[in-house]
Every structure is written in C-alpha cells, then in structure tokens.
Design a protein around this ligand. Structure first.
Ligand code: FAD
Length: 385
C-alpha cells in the first residue's frame, strides 16, 4: 500500500456485504468504521424487513471462508440437495442439483448470518456505529452527515473514502449521483413478494422434507419455501403487482387464503397463521439496478445491492455481494492508489454482476411464460446453483 494513502475506510451499511467487508479489511489492518441505520441486532434483535432466509451457494461460501466466517455460518445452515416441485395436482418430485450431496446449496437465516458477521467484524477490530443513518455527503469536504435514529440529532463525520454497502436504496449512491452522473437505470419487475411461515410439526420436527428448496410453480406466479434450522420454513409468494392473481386483487388475508385454497392446496394446511403472517409482512417490490459507474474517483465506491440489485430468481444477490467484498479487499492489499483500486474493482466485478442479473431475469421470464411446458419448467425453475 502507498504510504501516502489513507489506511482508513468508512463503510455505510452493516448488512451482509458491509459486515463481511469490514471483517476482511479490519483483518488486513485497515481502520474501518461502519455506520448502520438500524439498531445493534445483538441488543435489540434483528430488524429484518427483507427475505428471512437466503440460499447460500458455493461462491458465497468461498467468500465466507476467506473471512473466517464459514464455520460459524454453516453451523446454522440447512442443506438443500435439490428442488422439491409441488405440481398443481398434488404430485411432488425432488430434482437434485447434482449427482450427489457434494453439489448442494444451503439455506441460511438472514438475521443469524448478519449477527455472526457483525460479531466477527467487531472482533476483527472494525468500529460499528448503530442507529446512524447516512443523510448527506459533502464529497468536496470529505465529510458525511449521519442522523442518530434514536433522537434525531445529526453528526458530521470526516472520511477518507466511503464504501456504499447500504443496499438497493443506497444513500451513498444518491449522494454520488449528485456529484456525477452514474448512469443509473432501475428496471422494476412488476412483480412483488410476500413472506409466510410454516411452523414446526407438533413433534418439533420439520413439516415437509427439510433438505430441499420447495417450489410451487404456477406460471405467472409461484411460491417457494426454504428451511430454517429452527424447523420452520419461510414461504415466499411471488406474484404480479397487478392482475388476477396480483397483489392489487389479492389484498386482504381472506383473499390470500382463497388464493392458496385454489392454487397452493397442499401448502395451505402447512401455514396455520396465514392471515396473521399476511397482515404482518408487507409486500416487497423487486427491481434490477443498472449502474454504469460504481465509484466516484478515489472518494467512494459501491458494493452489493447498492451497485447491482437484482431480482431473486437466481438466488445469487448475496452471493454476488460477498464476491464483491473479496475482490475489493484483495485489491486494497496492493500498492495502487484508491482511484485505480476502485476502477479495477468495477472492471472486474461489473460484467459478472450484469451476467447474474440477466440470468435472474431470464429465469423469471421463462418460469412465467412457459408454464404449460412442465418438463422445461422443472429444468429451469429457480436455477439456484
Ligand atoms: P442489504 O442486505 O440490503 O444491507 C444494506 C444495509 O445498509 C442494511 O443493514 C441497511 O439497514 C443499511 N442502510 C441502508 N440505508 C442506510 C443509510 N442511509 N445509512 C446507514 N445504513 C443504511 N440473495 C442470495 O444470494 N440468495 C437468495 O436466496 C436470495 N433471496 C432473496 C429473496 C428476496 C425476496 C430478496 C428481496 C432478495 C434475495 N437475495 C438473495 C438478495 C440479497 O438479499 C441481497 O443481494 C443482499 O441482501 C445484498 O446485501 P447488501 O449488504 O448489499 O444489502
């Protein structure tokens, strides 16, 4: 590293990417400050808001291994060896991801994963500042304004360089966009999602096959269910925002029950609190974010969803964000000035992110449009490997 180069970085967002990058950089001797708008999940519990569990693939595991986080994360992971397809007529069929259990994916709980990474980041020496929402950035002065979410007070914090790990609605990105044109384009999918829960069985076990990613494909819409290690499943209903069915026509918990009774007959008895879940979990929106520029010279760089949010039909958003962290940390080990590091990082990661974004969209389109071709659908539906 260049002696004149600051060895300090300020990360905005202690989500999945921000926390992992903090571990990697702190271990490499960087002075790392992380500002997160939510409260400390170790004190107040995890305030989620997005998908409760996630499919972790090999590329994500590799990144966790580099951060020394793999063992802790895998202790809570549930193996998924294939897709369990639930046909409309009630038949089910397990389709393995590979020849044997050496080719599998894993279901991990977002909250547990985030807690693990935050704990490791702090242990590695990163300084975490919770309840601090980035509000504005003055790139000329090298200072950022953070609002304390508890009392509304503001603090002006100086930074050498900012890393935007603050997700799809990134405030860092908005601030960069005001300083230069990032070439931003957001393509809404027109579909959203809603989460429900399958609780454990009366004997405390799983109600359905635990080592599978369950899919109920129904053409223009579908349900999936991923296992959690506390013997529950998180069910996600993906559906158009408008139409029949769509989130504008299926609005109330009663309408949701009627939809499940008609189209997800075998899933309905597994979700005893469907109405309560429906009322408690608001519908989420889905979009793809395209960005021509991921960095503002040496002053700021974006990673994860802040740079390349994608629709979840390939199950790779987090995995891709984790790979960003490894790539950026690796490049920060060298001698190059920050501007070149950020430019090199973008050049290396942007084509990968774009390819995964396109695969995720293709999977979605094919699932929607080729509903009658069940063989084809089974092959392509939710290609998570
Ligand atoms: P986030 O996880 O969104 O973290 C951003 C953090 O920044 C948050 O902690 C937030 O509170 C904080 N923040 C935001 N604004 C500010 C601010 N102004 N100031 C300070 N802090 C701020 N990916 C997979 O790999 N596998 C899957 O199976 C999968 N399933 C998914 C299912 C659904 C329904 C959805 C929506 C996504 C799924 N993803 C999946 C994608 C995955 O969730 C994201 O790619 C991943 O969370 C990106 O991590 P991130 O750290 O970039 O952003």
């Amino acid at each position: 590293m260049n002696a004149a180069q600051p060895r300090s970085l300020t990360i905005v967002g202690a989500g999945l990417a921000g926390a992992l990058l903090a571990i990697l950089l702190a271990r490499d001797g960087w002075r790392v400050d992380v500002y997160e708008k939510r409260g400390d999940p170790r004190v107040r519990g995890y305030a989620g808001g997005r998908s409760i569990n996630l499919a972790l693939a090999e590329r994500g595991r590799h990144a966790l291994e580099r951060a020394g986080a793999e063992a802790a994360v895998m202790r809570q992971a549930v193996m998924m060896r294939g897709r369990m397809v639930h046909f409309a007529d009630g038949r089910t069929e397990l389709q393995r991801y590979g020849r044997d259990d050496s080719e599998v994916i894993w279901s991990v709980h977002r909250g547990d994963l985030n807690l693990t990474l935050i704990g490791l980041a702090e242990a590695a020496g990163a300084r975490l500042h919770f309840d601090r929402r980035l509000d504005a950035v003055d790139f000329e002065a090298g200072s950022a304004r953070f609002v304390d979410e508890r009392d509304g007070t503001c603090a002006q914090i100086g930074f050498a360089a900012l890393v935007g790990a603050d997700g799809a609605g990134s405030a860092v990105r908005s601030a960069m966009q005001r300083a230069t044109d990032l070439g931003e384009r957001v393509e809404p999918l027109g579909h959203g999602y809603r989460e429900l829960e399958i609780p454990p069985a009366a004997d405390g076990g799983f109600r359905i096959e635990p080592n599978a990613l369950h899919i109920w494909p129904r053409g223009g819409y579908m349900c999936i269910a991923l296992p959690n290690d506390e013997r529950t499943f998180t069910v996600t209903l993906f559906m158009p925002n408008h139409g029949d069915p769509g989130f504008d026509s299926v609005r109330t918990p009663e309408q949701a029950r009627a939809l499940f009774a008609r189209d997800f007959t075998d899933a309905l008895p597994l979700i005893p609190d469907l109405e309560a879940d429906w009322a408690a979990n608001p519908a989420g929106t889905l979009a793809t974010l395209y960005l021509e520029r991921w960095h503002l010279d040496r002053r700021a760089v974006l990673i994860g969803d802040a740079a390349h949010a994608m629709v979840p039909f390939h199950g790779q958003g987090m995995n891709c964000a984790f790979e960003d962290c490894v790539e950026l940390a690796q490049r920060l080990r060298g001698e190059a000035p920050l501007e070149d590091v950020f430019a090199g990082f973008q050049a290396a990661r942007q084509p990968n992110a774009l390819a995964i974004q396109q695969m995720a969209l293709e999977n979605y389109r094919e699932m929607r449009d080729r509903v009658d071709d069940s063989d084809y659908l089974l092959q392509r539906a939710l290609e998570l490997e």
